[in-house]
Design a protein around this ligand. Structure first.
Ligand code: SF4
Length: 273
């Protein structure tokens, strides 16, 4: 049994509230209940925070929590992710790449949710939760407070899907990364992230075999100065097989180049081995 403070998860609600959860269905149900309230709030023009997003991409179930969604004055729907940094500077390109992937995946998930592409059987299957499981009495009371007529997890999923399917929310228009300096709390800078669905899906297809343990991990590109710095701060550097094999390969390629270059040189021959 766990106790969750849901105040921070409710849009613009200053009242913190503790709800005791008794099961996995309760735990996920609490998030979905809050989401059923965030959708109409966003439609009404309010900013919503900590928005759960989930769905199936390239045959794999993804889930995450969007920091912030709001409409700009011109009606543009903006998804923002806040990143706190210990250094008062924008991140290195390699770190930015990870942040960019995160918000692009969030957009793909959110868009599919509000465009009605989420399927009940997929959701239940991937979450591996029991649709007939009744919520514990604290969560049932919480549902009543929110005006949600759902006693079981399956009923809540039906309720959420009807809210998503009938919402008039459009796809996210803008993706934004905001970098905040941890100690001062000041804004370091903002980056807008470009979105190209075909490119993102290609990236995901490339990453997925590794995430699913179907291929060996690829280490950093040692010949790329924007990447190779990571090895200097990596705790696995001394035992890293990838780095050892890549360094051997780079040395071997270098020797081959020298040999090739020498064969073109006229005059005294150079020995390279
Ligand atoms: S040492 Fe190996 S594991 Fe560590 S960052 Fe470099 S390539 Fe990656």
């Amino acid at each position: 049994m766990s106790c969750f403070c849901v105040g921070s998860e409710l849009h613009s609600n200053p009242d913190a509230l503790n709800v005791v959860v008794h099961s996995r269905e309760d735990r996920v149900g609490l998030k979905l209940m809050n989401l059923t309230h965030m959708i109409p709030a966003l439609q009404a023009g309010q900013m919503v925070r900590e928005v759960p997003v989930f769905g199936v991409l390239e045959g794999v179930f993804f889930q995450g929590v969007v920091d912030e969604l709001c409409h700009s004055e011109s009606g543009t729907l903006v998804l923002s992710e806040l990143k706190t940094r210990s250094q008062n500077s924008l991140p290195h390109p390699a770190q930015y790449k990870g942040h960019s992937l995160q918000v692009r995946v969030y957009k793909l998930l959110f868009d599919a949710m509000v465009q009605g592409s989420m399927e009940r059987h997929n959701l239940l299957r991937y979450l591996n939760l029991r649709p007939h499981q009744a919520f514990g009495s604290p969560l049932q009371s919480y549902a009543q407070k929110l005006g949600i007529l759902a006693v079981t997890f399956g009923e809540l999923v039906d309720h959420l899907l009807s809210i998503l399917n009938f919402s008039n929310l459009r796809a996210v228009d803008k993706l934004r990364l905001e970098y905040i300096h941890q100690s001062s709390g000041s804004l370091i800078g903002t980056r807008e992230v470009e979105f190209d669905e075909a490119q993102l899906r290609a990236e995901l297809r490339d990453y997925l075999p590794f995430w699913l343990g179907e291929r060996e991990p690829q280490g950093v590109d040692l010949e790329n100065i924007d990447e190779s710095w990571k090895c200097n701060i990596c705790p696995y550097e001394e035992s890293c097989d990838w780095k050892r094999r890549r360094l051997q390969q780079i040395m071997f390629d270098g020797i081959k180049k020298v040999k090739f270059g020498c064969s073109k040189v006229e005059g005294p021959a150079l020995e390279t081995n």
